[in-house]
Design a protein around this ligand. Sequence first.
Ligand code: TAP
Length: 453
Amino acid sequence: MSGTFTVINPATAQPIREIARAGADEVDAAIAAAVVAQRGWASSAPLTRADALRRFARVVEEHVEELAQLEVLNSGHPIGSARWEASHVAQVLNFYAGAPERLSGQQIPVAGGLDVTFHEPYGVVGIIVPWNFPMTIASWGFAPALAAGNAVVLKPAELTPLTAIRLGELALEAGLPEGLFSVVTGSGSVVGQRFVSHPDVRKVVFTGSTEVGVSVAAGCAQALKPVTLELGGKSANIVFEDADLERAASAAPGAVFDNAGQDCCARSRILVQRSVYDRFLELLEPAVRGFAVGDPTLEGTQMGPLISASHRSTVAGFVDGANVAFRGSAPDGDGFWFAPTVVLAERGDRIAREEVFGPVVAVLPFDDEADAVALANDTIYGLAGSIWTENLGRAVRVSRAVKSGVLSVNSHSSVRYWTPFGGMKASGLGRELGPDAAEHFTETKNVFFATDD
Ligand code: TAP
């Protein structure tokens, strides 16, 4: 081990626990154990793997409260959100527990024999997870990867390792073979990089910043290793003049301030048709001021602190000199608090183009449908977005024209484990979740059996 690092409670700025920092040798040992465990796992009956994943799901269900309390402590997520996240992990496991018996290949007509395809697991999959949704994002990788017959080595972010460590323990408690699912704590530059460079890790799943994602992809390219990337976003919440403005305004704060804006799907730009711009802001103000920011252990809290002091400085830097229209409230004192902030922005402003990853939203007016689409697409990102209109034709046209992977009309939903999730442009590569995710953790093998003598 290369020493330890300290995990901090972001709501109090107090240390919680010291965690071992793995060096390259420990990473290599986890990968070696995964190679061995994977052979047995992949050759076990599909029903055996399905049952093991269902048991894992049941054990997670039995520990939802414990996992949720850990996430409140380590990440500052409000307890209601943290319970949803822990339950979501169990649901993702249950969903992909249905995959082992369904990974059917094809039989393709070929003269002189029988041609069939198999979905072969990659072997060992390396999953690198960020600090914003430590449990849920990990499960989007490990559940389908395991279901498809792979072993998993998981690296949580150093800021938020506690729930991932506990999930690793619960996997063993549920009876998953030793070494099949290992959680390796340590820095991205050591543990994450070893996943990229180690020849026995055959696929990498990365979620985090676009900058690191590009370097992970470049490393994977050197090793001809497939990689899935879930990166940043600057998603647009587009409000047309024919929308139900009351509903759109009351839903807008949750869509950007949930998890203190530390959400790659945050609708951090609100684009409002000029004819209803003033009215929309009038309706938005009480919704923002009423957003409950505070102690994440309390049931009614909607937003907790930012993850760290340095991240709070980065977020504050975006608001310096900006045209702030109004703000919500946040507690004083220790903890990395930042009040929800609404900024009136101009096209081209930094706040209108770059990902803040904090509770700051930029509001911009647009003229007509074509202008709305152009403005929504005027970003390097393409992850999520919302369209508010009562006009069905417009909803269809705009949702097809906005270059984002996950859109919703008259709602802000982004994540359901049974529908695909992922970004276009600089927001990522590949898709997670949905009916096909387990297949994404396999390589197709074609075998021809000659029948003619
Ligand atoms: P990153 O620095 O990209 O970290 C994400 C994960 O990658 C962490 O586990 C990190 O480990 C690891 N990592 C760092 N450098 C690595 C490397 N060279 N090779 C392999 N793995 C490496 O993101 P962050 O610091 O968590 O956040 C920075 C910004 O990223 C945010 O402000 C936001 O814009 C964006 N972000 C986006 C998302 C999503 S969901 N799209 C999530 C989080 C952050 P350690 O941190 O433990 O060293």
